[in-house]
Design a binder for this molecule. Sequence first.
Ligand code: ADP
Length: 483
Amino acid sequence: MALSVLSAASEAVPLVKTGGLADVAGALPAAVAAQGVEMTTFLPGYPAVAKAMGRKRVVHKWDSLLGHKARLLSGRIGDHKLLVFDCPAFFARDGGPYSDSKGQDWADNWHRFAAFGRAAADIASGKVKGRRFDLVHAHDWQAAMAIAYLKLASDAPVLPSVMTIHNMAFQGYYDAAIFPRLGLPQSAWSVDGVESYGGVGFLKAGMQLADIITTVSPSYAAEIRQPEFGMGLEGLVALRGERVRGILNGIDRAVWNPETDEAIAAKYSANSLNKRKANKRAIEKAFGLEKGDGPVFTVVSRLTWQKGMDVLVEVLDHLAGIGGRLALLGSGDKAIEAALHEAAARHPGRIAIRIGYDEALSHQSQAGADAILVPSRFEPCGLTQLYGLAYGCVPVVARTGGLADTVIDANPAALAQGVATGVQFDGVHYHALRSAIDRTVALYAQAEKWREIQRNGMKSDSSWNASGRAYADLYRELTGKAA
Ligand code: ADP
């Protein structure tokens, strides 16, 4: 029988997405299937998930799971198996997965995701008839408690577990007062269990108890040993050092491929880059930019401090002043949104912004812009620079985390060897970003060189092949089972 993995995540494309986690959780089943691993994805039953599921079967019922009635639904997500935690008291709500329609976090998030973890542990430990798993893979703090319940409150033999950190900034840290309501034994209240700085740490618990911790790039795996990136958990990362690995995310080529992308005006490949022009015209129109052959930058991002968007705002006058244009798609911090609106008003036709979330426009932006700016202060892996590489939209990135690992800076040595794929800069501040933009504009003016950088990026392999193999190897190592 194939090695069977339960992958617990709070979001997965195409059903529910707020960020990169969804892209990864959605792509992983196919990536490891190619290696002979059968992965079942376990998701909370948000209204959108229940609706998109189509045919479903009830395969288990809980009379009370941390206080509420729940059911387990079985269905499919594309070609792969899906289990959904149908607990209306926690998940049948309008709004986002973690917050209401005003962006306010749900006050009972600890309860919702503890219950989700408890359910995952029940499934993994064989409580659901006909379902048998060899390993549990939990993503981020929302699924981390699966490992805690499995290790600390299960009477079944404990399965091997993997805890993947997609972003250390989100830890699921709660007041100690919730501890008695988690249904864990008193012994779990310890630094070896769920206790963290006097409260309950969901991600911390998963990291403490998992057999292996992974994060989504080798550089980030090293960075989180430092306070600046570890955000309070650097000590635990160092303590578990041997068990912390970095596996880069891939991109789903079925979704992100300019040769087959139905969302863009003109399909193209590395050998037909001239066709990109139609896509450039299309985004000029979509964003209301003036027409022209000068460089168009794009940004597709959460508008937050992590993403360096405050620094981006500072350089916009310069960017417009040297003949650049910007098409920005994103949403987030209200102060940043307001500053972007002001910049757009100062530079009509040159700086254009679209506040909101728009999947099709994100594809069109990668296909039509010349370069994508990713000035993140920290970036566990980052996906938009990988999409940029695949689309010949040259990534201009801060040298951190996965950005450092996936983009080859166009320095003189890389240019001489013909291997450059983008532009990197050190330190997220005005002067560093400004000079990276200057460097990009200068490269863009050298048409031959620019084409080579675009082609190098498009030919670099950002697919899931290598990462799917790495995860499958890890599962085999932990289970002692050949896939
Ligand atoms: P993070 O998960 O930290 O937000 P990533 O780069 O890993 O950052 O992933 C972000 C994902 O969300 C990418 O698929 C990106 O294209 C998408 N995205 C971000 N903002 C928007 C937006 N406003 N509209 C459409 N897609 C967006």
